[in-house]
Design a protein around this ligand. Sequence first.
Ligand code: S3P
Length: 178
Amino acid sequence: MKIGFDQNIYLLGFMGSGKSTMGPLLAKKLKMAFFDTDECVENKSGKSIAQIFLEEGEFSFREQERLCIDMVSHLHQFVVAIGGGAVMFADNWLNIKNSGLTVYLKCPFHAIWDRIKESKTRPLLSTNNSQQQFTKMKELLTKRLPFYERADLIFQCQEGESAIETTNRLARQLEDFI
Ligand code: S3P
């Protein structure tokens, strides 16, 4: 399938909402290329995200993330998985908005929690205290919600659907939308 859209499609949403899983599937379906901002940061720095947070701090990570977003915003026909915190920064948002269509993958809180509670790769939520982790995630999500909801398309995740089914449903909505 080809939808004849020559800009980028940006997948936004909280950690664990399926951006990096659905992104490559959607790209394949739409015959577009795939770009993941976290992967870009890791490839350019030669470090994992967790390592960057630990050794250089969040500020340095955000700067590297900003450069990757700036880079992909100059490219065309990429499906882009955007790290969950990036849309909070005005310059990232401008680059994204000016270069493509934004899609918020809106998943229920408990579904996200189930996916990320055991994750060891998400430094913003890493603590051994699961109650603290839960509270932190709630706070972050509440703060970010208005930023995610600025997206052109709000795509509702549905429980019990496979990644392929969800991707196909998103592709159909995009066809109607573009
Ligand atoms: C972050 C989300 C992560 C990664 C980093 C910070 C965030 O990406 O960029 O750990 O601030 O929400 P995913 O959303 O792909 O997990």
